[in-house]
Design a protein around this ligand. Structure first.
Ligand code: FAD
Length: 369
């Protein structure tokens, strides 16, 4: 049986980015994903401008721009009573775009494969054991071995569960998502709309389709669905993808020969649309650290550097995420912010700029923010 340097469970943005950077660093990497790609995913499909610097390092930025997508020029925040505030987004080549996850994730996974990662689709990891190496077992009865293991398997991480590290999820909310026909004159904007039962996010993903997300609680989600059916004239048999939890405690990212990246380590509030960036960047950081350790560098300094870079990735951003969570958990509070911003738009402008303004100075310069 081949012994891989790194086995990555999950081939979403975190796993693919990690596999691609591992391959670039000369590591033998394995990716196992339970799905057959291309596949859709519950997501708002919006790529925060912070992503571009990681995509550049993956030599993928132009190929992402070549995918069908929409350039997003503004965010409209709509209060429960229908009043709205519009905040402009940065323009230029590195602006915020929306692109279907089926296309984006497939491109990333293909890039990892192109660079030499060994990718196996339709392989669900079901068992793990460990001696001086990781033994990985799948539902189909296949076995793999690796010196290092990366959990990139999303918010309900099987790897974290099998390692007894998965926190109890707060199943207080649920999200629904669908691609629906793009309403006429929707425009190149993101709509974040507070509703009495939760909120809705909307963004065009190409010339004909709108990504529609609904976030509510199990008792209210059917009301939100009925609102969406009326608002967008959807058929009663409209198909929806669903996901939960939307909130849970984080799992520490670095362990002995084990890393968690992307949603597997930390689930952020979808309202701010940053999860893909954290997935891509944490994949890059874990790959660099794994390469250092496996190439013989001292483990402790490598892990300390990882910890610093990992904290830097979230610096100045998590409080906005917490604020957004507070606002969406009480839509009346969210609506109050929108009303306040109608008289003083600088608050929302500042918050939006913080979200789309990457910490990376290269990006700041490029976006002229
Ligand atoms: C409603 C909603 C809207 C959102 N909108 C946005 C947005 O607009 N912009 C943004 O940046 N972020 C958004 N996010 C967050 C974003 O979707 C996630 O942060 C992102 O998908 C995380 O990527 P990941 O690679 O960590 O995990 P995932 O994308 O979840 O990938 C995990 C992969 O692991 C695989 N897997 C799981 N279990 C196993 C197993 N046992 N064996 C093998 N494979 C397995 C899965 O098949 C999957 O391919 C949103 C989230 C929600 C819920």
């Amino acid at each position: 049986m081949q012994l891989f340097d790194v086995a990555i469970v999950g081939g979403g943005p975190a796993g693919s980015s990690c596999a691609a950077f591992c391959a670039m660093a000369g590591l033998q990497s394995l990716v196992l994903d339970r799905e057959k790609f291309p596949r859709e995913k519950v997501c708002g499909d919006c790529l925060n401008p912070s992503c571009w610097s990681v995509l550049d390092r993956l030599e993928l930025a132009q190929r992402v721009r070549n995918l069908p997508h929409s350039k997003l020029c503004s965010v409209a925040f709509i209060a429960i009573d229908g009043r709205e505030v519009i905040v402009d987004l940065p323009t230029g080549a590195d602006c915020e775009i929306s692109v279907k996850r089926s296309l984006f994730d497939d491109l990333l996974l293909r890039r990892a494969r192109e660079l030499g990662a060994n990718v196996h689709e339709q392989m669900t990891v079901t068992g793990l054991s460990r001696n001086d190496r990781w033994n990985i077992e799948t539902a189909s009865g296949d076995f793999f071995q690796a010196r290092m293991l990366i959990g990139a398997d999303g918010r309900n991480s099987t790897v974290a569960h099998l390692c007894n590290l998965l926190p109890r999820p707060a199943r207080e909310r649920v999200a629904l998502q669908a691609h629906i026909p793009l309403p006429r004159d929707f425009g190149n904007r993101i709509v974040l709309q507070f509703l009495p039962e939760g909120y809705s996010g909307q963004a065009p993903v190409n010339d004909t389709q709108l990504n529609l997300c609904l976030v509510g609680t199990p008792p209210t989600i059917s009301k939100l669905r009925r609102w969406a059916e009326r608002q967008f004239e959807l058929p009663a048999n409209q198909g929806w993808r669903t996901i939960t939890p939307l909130t849970r405690s984080s799992v520490p990212s670095a362990h002995q020969n084990l890393f968690f990246i992307g949603d597997a380590t930390r689930v952020v509030e979808p309202f701010t649309g940053e999860g893909i960036y954290y997935a891509l960047r944490s994949g890059e950081l874990a790959a660099k650290t794994a390469a250092k350790i496996l190439h013989g560098d001292d483990r402790d300094p490598a892990l300390r550097e990882f910890g610093r870079n990992y904290a830097q990735m979230y610096r100045g951003r998590l409080w906005i995420n917490r604020l957004s969570r507070a606002a969406v958990l009480r839509p009346q509070l969210g609506s109050f912010f929108v009303h306040a911003a109608r008289t003083n738009p600088s608050i929302l402008k500042l918050l939006t700029a913080k979200i789309v303004l990457p910490g990376d100075p290269v990006n700041r310069e490029r976006l002229r923010l």
